[in-house]
Ligand binder design. Sequence first.
Ligand SMILES: [Mg+2]
Length: 407
Amino acid sequence: MKIAAIKTYLMHSGPPRDPTALDRPDAVPAYATGQPDNGARHWLFVKVITDEGIVGVGEGSGWPLVVEAAVRDLAPVVIGEDPADIERLWQKMFVAQMGHGLTGTVGAGALTAIETALWDIKGKVLNTPVWNLLGGKVRDRIRVYAHASTPEQARAFVEMGYTALKTGGVHRVPEKVGRLRDAIGPEIDLLVDMHGAPWLNTKDAMIIGRELEAFRPLFWEDPVAPENVDGLRRLRDAVAVPLAAGERWGNIWGLQQLLGEGIVDVIQPDTGRSGGISQMKKIAAMAEARFISVAPHAGTLGPVAEYAALHVLAAIPNTLILERFALDWEPRDHVISPSPKVEAGSILVPDAPGLGVDLVEEEIAKYPPGHNVAIRGTAKMNAYEAGTFRESVYVQTRFHRQSVFAR
Ligand SMILES: [Mg+2]
């Protein structure tokens, strides 16, 4: 069997955004609605097509418009090769892109898309699910968490069966966490994400983290920029809340410092841009050696990467939980088949050969790609000082520093 072709499928994956909407007097920034800001979100799927008619699917993230170009650039490196040789082909593609860096998410996203499809092909050839090829199942279902911003949302998710909820943002975080804790009681796990905002410095994060200790979060995610490894190290030693990070790094080399030094308690590789299924397995093993658990990032990911995560999380010992937008954009369920089965806050591990999912190309074609960078709020939303936008949003955010802590 030989790889004959690689096809890419890039789609816009959120409600189309009206560019004038941000200027309306009643405009509300996405982070205040509790709903994901999908205006710029895109999904990139691939098909690796073999000369024997077996086709594997995969997904790559990490700036999908750019990753698509990287996939096309890498395709000639593996066309004509035997798709069974997953590790060798990964190394061949990796060496081909070596000059672009070892840890970037664009290169890792392209590797992920192709490598995931190779695992799908292998499972289909051997007529067994990918989790079986990874050592077999440790569990039959993967616990997931939903996102809640208000007490009402939190209570609704608990009624639906969710036992873990994530909240956060960059403003009034302890206040928000306190309100949710009051609404859902002590038994439900709360997760807090501060999104690694570059203007959050380590001392500010320390103030917030010490307030969060009383709410016993399951983890506290990206309290400072992911690149601020020294800040994370200092927070680890100063704040008694488990730290989580890792969603914006690719490959084992992107995560090795967080893992090797035991800086985090929970590692969050993104199943669309961590380098692929083999890289996820290696990252999980590096984490296991440091008693770190795995909670993959998935907020921006599409449904094929979610399937890949289910297979990895089924087969590793140190699975903690998986991220899921419980009320995501509806076409998510139509661009693939079948949809994963969600039951009482868990997803059932799929049993079909390979990944067990296929693309629905006619549905994907309905959502042509657009602009793939996020547009933040306006002066009216208090996102920056009126009349000074050109100075820099980064600096402007510091003008509202008190709102970070306000209760
Ligand atoms: Mg995050």
